[in-house]
Design a protein around this ligand. Structure first.
Ligand code: ZN
Length: 411
């Protein structure tokens, strides 16, 4: 169930960034430090010692004190490392403002899901998160082809990045402006040359795309009718022809054409993601309107039950679910319980003796339910808040729903 783990790790990373984004300093005193995997730790340390020396020039006494404290804190954390971790690491350290003049020191070390690309030190009133946010954007892979009779380009779209894989100029002579030869003979030569050219574009596309296992589809661009002619006349492997999503008119067919193609396809691509969510929510809703609830279940308590008995095929969780699962204990009478609370809620009073309850353990609800799903080999589908169906999951079904493997026979 690698899928479950990836989705969950991604969700947890997303939540972490949300928390960091909410932090601000009273002045430029929050430090973000990005360390790529190949960076030498001692170089980072000497860079930081320089920054430390320079920060003694900061005019405001409190800012100076806070910046120096943050740098010292990173320096002492760095001592735990001989080398950066596999993907490098990022430090977010500084004093966040609370209320009035109050501040509180925060220090986070993040080992990101993808390699840190470049070394970066920044001191600002907010943490600098852009490189990490970019890691979160969808890394779906699509094949790109732009083609007309004069040239073709082949490439990939990975997340937001365009990779050019091949550029193929053609030797097809122009149809116009040739005197001398017999017109019919000339047209035949052109058609043979065009066929050879399309064959080469097809072969190159096949060898480029067929080895890419997770390609979600192919976008085809170019001016005029050639792009459709190319696909409809089977120059592509039949497995690839099936993956063609849509044709788009582009002015260019070179590297710029690939960029143009991606720009024009943006709406279609966002739509595909949402479509996947919509489809699965619709399947769930078709089930719950059946008598005795069909193969649908929803609401936290019922979801816990169906997960426990191994009845869940697909667990649907809303990314907008902001709840925590806590274990609570009464220090006075040792009463123990587990409860689900809103993120910022307190546990209240002991039902036995009315003392205040203490939280002894906290886990994010989405994280907890995902782990239960993983244990029973259920597929996890996190649903964004961007479609109507996604909003309905959160509002009408408590943010948690399931499509079951078997009916649990409610009456
Ligand atoms: Zn008690």
């Amino acid at each position: 169930m690698a899928n479950t783990i990836n989705d969950l790790a991604k969700y947890e990373f997303k939540r972490k960034l949300e928390d960091l984004r909410a932090i601000s300093g009273k002045a430029t005193e929050l430090i973000s430090l990005y360390i790529p995997p190949n960076k030498v730790i001692s170089d980072v340390a000497s860079y930081l010692r320089d920054e430390y020396a320079q920060s003694s020039n900061i005019k405001s006494q409190s800012t100076r004190k806070n910046v120096m404290a943050a740098i010292s804190s990173i320096l002492s954390r760095l001592k735990q490392y001989k080398y950066p971790p596999e993907n490098g690491m990022v430090f977010f350290v500084g004093h966040k403002s609370i209320t009035g003049d109050l501040t509180d020191m925060v220090a986070h070390t993040i080992e990101p899901p993808e390699p840190v690309q470049s070394y970066l030190y920044r001191c600002d009133s907010k943490f600098y998160l852009t490189p990490l946010e970019e890691m979160l954007t969808e890394k779906d892979c699509y094949g790109l082809i732009t083609v007309d009779r004069s040239e073709a380009a082949i490439g990939f779209l990975r997340g937001k990045r365009i990779e050019v894989a091949a550029y193929i100029p053609s030797r097809v002579p122009s149809k116009h402006g040739r005197g001398g030869q017999s017109q019919r003979r000339f047209e035949r030569i052109i058609e043979i040359a065009a066929h050879e050219f399309f064959k080469k574009v097809g072969d190159t596309s096949n060898s480029t795309f067929l080895q890419e296992k997770n390609m979600k589809g192919i976008l085809v661009g170019g001016p005029g009718a050639t792009k459709k002619f190319f696909v409809e006349n089977n120059y592509l492997h039949h497995e690839l022809t099936k993956k063609v999503i849509e044709f788009f008119d582009t002015g260019y067919t070179n590297e710029w054409g690939l960029r143009e193609l991606v720009e024009k396809a943006a709406g279609t691509l966002t739509g595909l993601d949402l479509m996947r969510e919509k489809k699965i929510m619709q399947r769930f809703m078709e089930e719950i309107v059946k008598s005795s609830g069909g193969l649908g279940a929803y609401g936290e308590a019922e979801i816990r039950y169906v997960l426990e008995i191994g009845a869940v095929d697909t667990l649907l969780l809303s990314e907008g679910l902001r709840m925590k699962r806590v274990t609570i204990k009464c220090q006075n009478c040792n009463y123990i319980d587990a409860k689900t609370l809103f993120e910022d809620a307190t546990p209240g009073q002991c039902p036995k003796c009315s003392s205040s309850l203490q939280i002894t353990g906290t886990i994010d609800l989405v994280g907890e339910l995902s782990k239960l799903a993983e244990k029973s080999n259920s597929t996890l589908q996190l649903i964004s808040n961007e479609s109507d169906e996604g909003k309905m999951l959160l509002k009408a079904f408590g943010g948690a729903a399931a499509i079951l493997r078997f009916s649990i026979g409610r009456t």
